[in-house]
Design a protein around this ligand. Structure first.
Ligand code: ZN
Length: 197
């Protein structure tokens, strides 16, 4: 399981943590859990998310269980550096929707002594690595993969299967559109879709 590093007083050492998984894998809940613990430790926390994700609330990082924490929507990764001043911890949610500049932003923050916790989808609905996530995996000190439960067979799920036939990479939605599936069930479902076209 994931254990936080502890920050010694007056020792400004930054690092990068990534939390990744499919839809409904609990990655935002895990991000919120870590951020709350930092708040309990009296650390200054700022949270950002891409302004594209307006599914729930403009100002809150909200996970599916409505365990909300205040966040700032930003249109570009470079805005994070402008807004994250004098903080100990920066949380970034839905990182897969950010531009590739997010990689340098995370590095700069960590080099400046900030603990950076990034959460995002590792794969899109086609099972392809999503946006800047592979690069974020590469530069992080620590990567945690979280899993949903396959709605077909109960195994651990790592795919976000899209029930709709819309093929755009970005289609915001919930259980009406996406379903977590394991590798076997995902392959069966996509094979079925091909045969039904
Ligand atoms: Zn399955």
């Amino acid at each position: 399981m994931f254990l936080e590093r502890t920050r010694k007083a007056n020792q400004k050492t930054g690092w990068i943590e990534v939390i990744a998984g499919s839809m409904f894998s609990g990655k935002t809940e895990e991000l919120i859990r870590r951020l709350r613990r930092a708040e309990f430790a009296k650390q200054k926390v700022e949270i950002f998310k891409p302004s594209i994700d307006v599914r729930y609330s403009e100002e809150d990082v909200v996970s599916h269980n409505a365990n909300a924490i205040r966040s700032t929507p930003v249109s570009s990764s470079s805005n994070i550096l402008l807004l994250a001043t004098d903080v100990d911890v920066v949380g970034i949610d839905e990182a897969q929707f950010f531009d590739n500049g997010i990689v340098d932003v995370c590095t700069t923050l960590a080099n400046n002594g900030v603990r950076v916790i990034v959460a995002g989808l590792d794969m899109d609905f086609m099972g392809r690595p999503f946006g800047p996530m592979p690069a974020l995996f590469a530069i992080a000190e620590d990567v945690t993969k979280v899993h949903a439960i396959c709605t077909h067979c109960g195994e651990l799920a790592q795919y976000s299967y899209r029930k709709s036939q819309n093929k755009g990479v970005v289609l915001l939605g919930e259980k009406d559109i996406y379903e977590p599936l394991c590798r076997k069930c995902y392959n069966e479902a996509t094979e079925n879709d091909k045969n039904n076209q």
